[in-house]
Design a protein around this ligand. Sequence first.
Ligand SMILES: [Zn+2]
Length: 294
Amino acid sequence: MEQALVESAIRGVLIAAGVAVVLRMAHIKAPAVLHAAWTGVVVAMLLLPLWTLWGPKASIPLLPVATTASTLAPHPAVVASSPPSRDQRLAPQTTTAAAALTEVAPTSRSIGNWRRIVVAIYGAVVLLLLGRLAIGTVSAHRLRRRALVRSGRLTSVACESPVTVGWLRPVVILPARWESWSPSHLDAVLAHEHAHVRRRDPFVQWLALLNRALFWFVPVTWWLERRLSALAEQSCDDAVLARGHDPVDYAEYLLEDKARADPFVHETGHPPIRFPQHVQEVESHVGIPSIGDR
Ligand SMILES: [Zn+2]
């Protein structure tokens, strides 16, 4: 199992590196395309352990087959139960083999102890990260269940900024203050959140968090989660601007939400809102001056 996990991690890194090279060589810049490509890497990484365990065996393994001292050395019980042949009884190798066995045993125990420690640390971190993901998922479901329909929109007082939650049928939940927004502000927010719904971003982000939890020892999984989140935001911003919203007005709406951004959304599967970089990305994307310069 450990070998399947490590082999999957190595293959995952190789796939990510290959995708990075292809994206770079093809000069692909569109956030939606980049998001789709990196989502494919996350899905591949999640399927790799299953493939490694039950799929057709690769002809060239990435890791050497486990050859611990215990597998190389004959088991004492086997040695004791195997009646030695006449030649073996006479041969001096018997004493040599016994000596080797006594030398190998402590090394084997030491490797076994280290292996148990490594597996325990891996399992503890996985449980911690899966626990956080589970808490976030339950919180999102609770938020959705307790949200009330106000003037035709799902609204929650527990929500400080707009959020999209749910896997297969995501919904948009607005903060209670949405009724004070201008029609343009509401339209921009809904365009952004509905883009998340269409793209199934909460589910993709959840998969990225699951991938990060299982392969937490691979730095690329942490990068993938952050990258997918940023690309999802950029893709949804593009959807807002494509509706004809003024980039400066939109940046101001984002800034207003920044002040109220709810930190819990990160673990609910909704991409976290990252300010001010998020606003700067919108500004640079459309070539407008920084808010601070005005
Ligand atoms: Zn968003």
